[in-house]
Design a protein around this ligand. Structure first.
Ligand SMILES: *Cc1c(COP(=O)(O)O)cnc(C)c1O
Length: 364
């Protein structure tokens, strides 16, 4: 018998991979498409990596802490929890995957707001779990009752929302936590750029988990480190299903050092939020429609001179910017985002280059 292409499980054969933002090869690009931080990370993180390597990298011979003790202890200190409440992940995407692996599957759906992070459905598909989408309302809030009754075993609330950029009030999240019968996951990937956080909720509610990443606020997307702040019962479950060494030695100590460098975080977030204001004002000055933002990106609808926002205008502006080697992101699959570009807040110089090119496009 001739060997043939092996068939994967039916639900895997049927699924599609996540489409990440473009990572262009070669230099000269202004990269405002994946919400990376434009500044170098804390020098304390870099120093921690040097120490963790040892002479000639000799410490890499050894397996890391299986449960990422250095990172969990640092996160516990920063947020006022015990390390038992923290589970570390190889990026917060790893944590999201663990949550779905443990709490969803055939007959146990996941829920999410629509629009929000498009990775959740991919992770759900890999576990054979269905997805229930609850629409974000026209006033950019969500209906607590609709989420409470959506039937999902685990609901992902991206707060601040991506790609809309808006933050939902903590009070509304608390109202939801009180009535949602499953596990409520508050994905706080962008919280460093927002005013408030749900970080204390896992102390008060046995059904609320908060996820954090070092990728956005802490400028460590290339390191792959994130964590969940959990009620103790949930933490024990996640430890059961994670890889035995899910973070490498370097990520554990660099993330721990970065988390404790408040001065770096305050300075960097201050610069990014100042640039955000300047970018929003400049785009509005051109006549573009710009959402308020609690994140390190802005969602903006391009409006050509004498024109209106439209899918065509968004496509045209996207291609024009690309021709100038400026990369942004489009979300054409939802009516709240199809006319818009999502633009990462970079440095002032990057924002100025974007605005200059946007000005040329706008004037036609
Ligand atoms: C970027 C992002 C993440 C993932 O962060 P990693 O730690 O890099 O895996 C999770 N959720 C949302 C909403 C994000 O935008």
């Amino acid at each position: 018998m001739k060997p043939s292409d092996p068939k994967a499980n039916p639900h895997i054969e049927a699924m599609q991979a996540y489409t990440p933002g473009e990572q262009p090869q070669g230099g000269g690009w202004i990269k405002l498409n994946t919400n990376e931080n434009p500044y170098p990370p804390s020098s304390k993180a870099v120093e921690a990596i040097r120490v963790a390597l040892g002479d000639n990298g000799t410490l890499l011979r050894l397996y890391p802490s299986p449960d990422s003790t250095p990172l969990r202890e640092a996160a516990a200190r920063v947020h006022g929890y015990s390390p038992e409440s923290i589970v570390a992940g190889n990026g917060s995407d790893d944590i999201l995957n663990l949550l779905i692996r443990a709490y969803a599957g055939p007959g146990r759906s996941i829920g999410m707001l629509d629009p929000s992070y498009s990775l959740y459905p991919v992770l759900a598909a890999a576990q054979g779990a269905a997805v229930v989408k609850v629409p974000v309302k026209a006033d950019y809030t969500f209906d607590v009752d609709a989420v409470a009754k959506c039937g999902a075993s685990v609901f992902f609330l991206t707060n601040p929302n991506a790609p809309l950029g808006v933050a939902f009030a903590v009070e509304r999240v608390i109202a939801l936590a009180k009535v949602f019968p499953g596990l409520l996951v508050v994905d706080e990937a962008y919280v460093a750029f927002a005013g408030e956080s749900c970080v204390d909720l896992p102390k008060q509610f046995p059904n609320v988990v908060v996820t954090r990443t070092l990728s956005k606020g802490h400028a460590l997307a290339g390191l792959r480190a994130g964590y969940a702040i959990c009620p103790l019962g949930v933490a024990a479950v996640l430890h059961r299903v994670r890889d035995s060494y899910n973070l490498d030695r370097l990520a554990q100590v660099a993330a721990a050092a970065a988390l404790q460098d408040d001065a770096w975080l305050n300075e960097t977030v201050g610069k990014i939020t100042a640039t955000r204001r300047r970018l929003m004002d400049a785009l509005r000055g051109l006549g573009w429609k710009v959402n308020e933002s609690s994140a390190n990106f802005v969602l903006a609808e391009p409006v050509a001179k004498g024109g209106v926002a439209s899918v065509q205008a968004a496509e045209s502006a996207f291609e024009f910017l690309r021709s100038k080697k400026i990369l942004v992101r489009r979300f054409p699959n939802h009516f709240l985002t199809e006319k818009a570009l999502r633009i990462t807040v970079g440095t002032d110089a990057e924002a100025d280059a974007l605005v200059a090119a946007a000005g040329v496009w706008t004037k036609g």
